[in-house]
Design a binder for this molecule. Structure first.
Ligand SMILES: Nc1nc2c(ncn2[C@@H]2O[C@H](COP(=O)(O)OP(=O)(O)OP(=O)(O)O)[C@@H](O)[C@H]2O)c(=O)[nH]1
Ligand SMILES: [Mg+2]
Length: 358
């Protein structure tokens, strides 16, 4: 499981001080006490937002403080309450208080819109108006505001991939994820460079972002344990979109269409052997986008043409790219976003024609 984790410090606002004041007026020189109360300090909340997928923004700002309450004033005026601070976090975020080396769970934000108080603002102090009595009509007593709560917080989010990269080894999956996100997996010109999945966050403009998973390459017979096997495919079960990466350069010595069919067959095999399909539809039914890679090294354009034609017959969109030069990447990412938006979570997209296992 991939975990996004940040440590932050939150402090609620202190309460404002109560005021010491006496009423003064031209014809009433000895007016009574009229010191107002201090305002309440702002509290800190966590709120679950469906529009966020990661905790990445908290890495850059580790401390958060809500506004303090204003002090009370004369003429019985209460100080203004401090504004609350609402920290938006992705749905699925868990919050822990870290104190003296121990970690205490304090909130689990499972539903969009859910809001929990993390640190309470301090109560405002009372002004001297409250302390008048029959024996003391000119009290000089006031209260200080109470301090706002302050705590060290650990936020954790179990990242789930929204988009999965599938393809043969060495087709450029890791190169692609390193191009489109901050993930820096090992890249090398031999098969099975990637031995465990990598996640990367892709940020498009206007707060559009999604999480991409790069998994070890598949080979024909992966479902029988060939290569590294197909067990990594379970990391893609909750994704909404699959990017099927095919190396169209001549370097592979293989026919792109055969590669494509072999991977589809593995997806189908994996789906049929897994009974647990409630997570988001079987892999072979997921929305698939075909991404021919290494077009910078395309010496035989007919290899790409054949793949285009093959995908067209299956009703799949094709976005050729070069993960090395960046050619075609922007258009591909826009298409991924559109597919991602159009595919509701936990529902298989429109069925893709499945290819019988080889
Ligand atoms: N010319 C060219 N080479 C590329 C491109 N993308 C990747 N490569 C090269 O292809 C080789 C394999 O790239 P990787 O990103 O490691 O491939 P992978 O699919 O992650 O491979 P595995 O982890 O083994 O499954 C590296 O030498 C890359 O530099 C591309 O667009 N053009
Ligand atoms: Mg790799």
């Amino acid at each position: 499981m991939f975990v996004d984790e940040v440590d932050i410090h939150v402090t609620a606002g202190d309460g404002g001080r109560g005021c010491l004041s006496f009423h003064r007026e031209k014809l009433a020189p000895r007016g009574g006490p009229d010191g107002g109360d201090g305002g309440q300090g702002g509290s800190v909340y966590l709120a679950a937002s469906p529009h966020l997928n990661t905790l990445v923004s908290y890495r850059f700002h580790p401390t958060y403080t809500a506004q303090r309450g204003a002090h009370g004033e004369g003429s019985n005026r209460t100080g203004r309450n401090g504004s609350d601070l609402v920290l938006q976090v992705p749905v699925g975020t868990e919050a822990f208080e870290t104190r003296d080396g121990s970690t205490i769970p304090i909130a689990d934000l499972r539903e969009a819109g859910q809001r929990v108080t993390i640190a309470r603002g301090g109560r405002g102090g009372r002004g001297n108006q409250h302390f008048a009595s029959s024996t003391n009509q000119a009290p000089r007593r006031t209260e200080l505001g109470l301090p706002g709560e302050s705590l060290a917080l650990r936020l954790q989010l179990k990242l789930l991939a929204d988009v999965g990269l599938v393809g043969f080894p060495n087709v450029g999956k890791s190169t692609l994820i390193s191009r489109i996100s901050a993930a820096r997996p090992k890249i090398a010109n031999y098969p099975f460079t990637t031995l465990s999945p990598n996640l990367g966050v892709v940020s498009l403009s206007d707060e559009r972002s999604f999480v991409v998973a790069d998994i070890p390459g598949l080979v024909s017979g992966a479902h029988k344990g060939l290569g590294l096997g197909d067990r990594f495919l379970r990391h893609l079960e909750r994704t909404r979109v699959l990017l099927h990466i095919v190396d169209v350069s001549s370097l592979t010595g293989r026919e792109p269409n055969d590669d494509f069919d072999a991977i589809c067959a593995e997806l189908t095999q994996f789906s049929t052997t897994r009974s647990d399909e409630k997570l988001g539809g079987s892999l072979s039914n997921k929305h698939q986008i075909v991404v021919p890679n290494k077009v910078d090294a395309l010496e035989q354009p007919d290899r790409l043409d054949r793949l285009r034609e093959h995908a067209r017959r299956l009703g799949l969109k094709v976005y050729p790219v070069s993960a090395v030069t960046g050619q075609g990447i922007d258009a591909m990412l826009e298409a991924v976003w559109a597919a991602f938006e159009a595919t509701p979570l936990n529902q298989p997209s429109h069925p893709q024609p499945s290819i019988t296992p080889l």
